[in-house]
Design a protein around this ligand. Structure first.
Ligand SMILES: C[S@@+](CC[C@H](N)C(=O)[O-])C[C@H]1O[C@@H](n2cnc3c(N)ncnc32)[C@H](O)[C@@H]1O
Ligand code: SF4
Length: 378
């Protein structure tokens, strides 16, 4: 057994409707297939462990989607019991379920808590009903508040809420108001995402057709900068470019991804990583189901990571985090002098620092994290 900590991800690919901006794999209006799907995931787990081992200390579980809150607690429990046949789950510290506002009753929230779910991630996106409707969300801002209050009443002590900025039609004042409203609710964790126009989405088609214009880069940057300043003032630590938390409430599961720790995942489109290779499942529910019924793992492809890939991924993810990249981890994948590499790049980029064995960006430079990272790739 390795000493490495690791995460488990389960992808639930069902939604009541497809939001215009979302390219995560999910199907709308096939919710009647959920019970069968739960059995398929359990079979996938069984199939995986007949051929593979996962020799790490698992400390996080994350049910993402799609809309995992569409699952009954008993279905989540069934998946967990299947995992429990092969893995020691007694050290799980964080167990998150992504939850859509307005789509979950109080009793189900209580049931989630009773089976061990200890963190909810609520997709608020906005408190402006017009913007919510533009985004194709099925809930109102009132639903956001109601679901949040129900979650607290049910006993959840660790709640994340997602907000999106840079939405067409959203003013800086509106964004400031959204952040203020959210902070007043006092969630432990806040994710703020700039709206990305992903190919394969309706938003992309609308922008291409000239029917929707994305806000200017200047507005995007002012919204980002305001979130940074405002959330810092409200004692939320920006520990990753889009993620802020109160002390001790960083998302341990996402940190596994960003630190390049191992993770195993199940469900269509789910990606796994074992420190050596990455593999991912078919992003098609029908084919996923066919494959499992044929007793075959639904893996679409795999990629062996070279030293260069490892190095560049550590840089890419690390520079987005406040803590930065651990030099010791970089050294494993670098043949020349890492000190020369650090010196050279610090001369090139303002805001790039090296301290106590970590290579990191200061708060202002973090805005350029992706650009700086690609320049630092080997
Ligand atoms: C995969 S979604 C699933 C969560 C859940 N189904 C929901 O909609 O609330 C996770 C989060 O990613 C963010 N997201 C998804 N697509 C995005 C995009 N194109 N641009 C910015 N944020 C996006 C949203 O904030 C969303 O809450
Ligand atoms: S954002 Fe959430 S609810 Fe909307 S389509 Fe994506 S996964 Fe489904």
């Amino acid at each position: 057994m390795h000493n490495l900590k690791a995460g488990i991800y389960i992808h639930i690919p069902f939604c009541h409707a497809k939001c215009i901006y979302c390219d995560f794999y999910s199907v709308a209006d096939r919710n009647d297939e959920i019970p069968e799907f739960v059995d398929l995931i359990c079979t996938e787990i069984d199939l995986f462990f007949t051929k593979n081992e996962a020799p790490w200390h698992f400390d996080t579980i994350f049910f993402g989607g799609g809309t995992p809150s569409l699952l009954e607690a008993s279905s989540i429990e069934k998946i967990i019991s299947t995992l429990n046949k092969y893995l020691d789950l007694s050290n799980i510290e964080e167990f998150t379920v992504e939850t859509n506002p307005g789509e979950i009753e109080y009793n189900r929230l209580k049931d989630f808590l009773s089976i061990g779910v200890n963190r909810l991630s609520l997709g608020f996106q906005s408190f402006d009903d017009n913007l919510l409707s533009f985004l194709g969300r099925l809930h109102s801002s009132k639903d956001c508040i109601k679901t949040y209050e129900n979650a607290r009443k049910a006993g959840f002590g660790n709640i994340n809420a997602d907000l999106i900025f840079d939405i067409p039609g959203q003013t800086i004042e509106r964004w400031k108001q959204d952040l203020k409203t959210l902070v007043e609710l006092e969630p432990e964790h806040i994710s703020t995402y700039s709206l990305t126009v992903e190919k394969q989405t309706n938003l992309f088609k609308l922008v291409q057709a000239g029917r929707v214009t994305m806000p200017s880069e200047t507005l995007d940057i002012s919204m980002y900068t305001h979130s940074l300043d405002f959330l810092k003032q409200k004692k939320y630590l920006q520990y990753e470019i889009s993620n802020h938390s109160k002390e001790d409430y960083t998302c341990k599961h996402n940190l596994h991804y960003w630190k390049n720790d191992p993770y195993i995942s199940f469900g269509p489109s789910a990606h796994s990583y074992d420190m050596n290779k990455r593999w991912w499942n078919i992003n098609n529910l029908t084919q996923y189901s066919k494959s499992i019924k044929n007793n075959e793992l639904p893996i679409q492809n795999e990629e062996l990571l070279t030293d260069k890939d490892h190095f560049n991924e550590l840089i890419f993810n690390g520079l987005r985090m406040q803590s930065g990249v651990k030099i010791e981890n970089l050294e494993k994948y670098y043949n020349d002098s890492i000190t020369d590499y650090i010196d050279l790049n610090m001369k090139k980029w303002d805001g790039l620092n090296y301290e106590n064995g970590f290579f990191f960006l200061d708060d202002n430079a973090r805005l350029l994290a992706d650009e700086i990272a690609s320049d630092l790739f080997i």
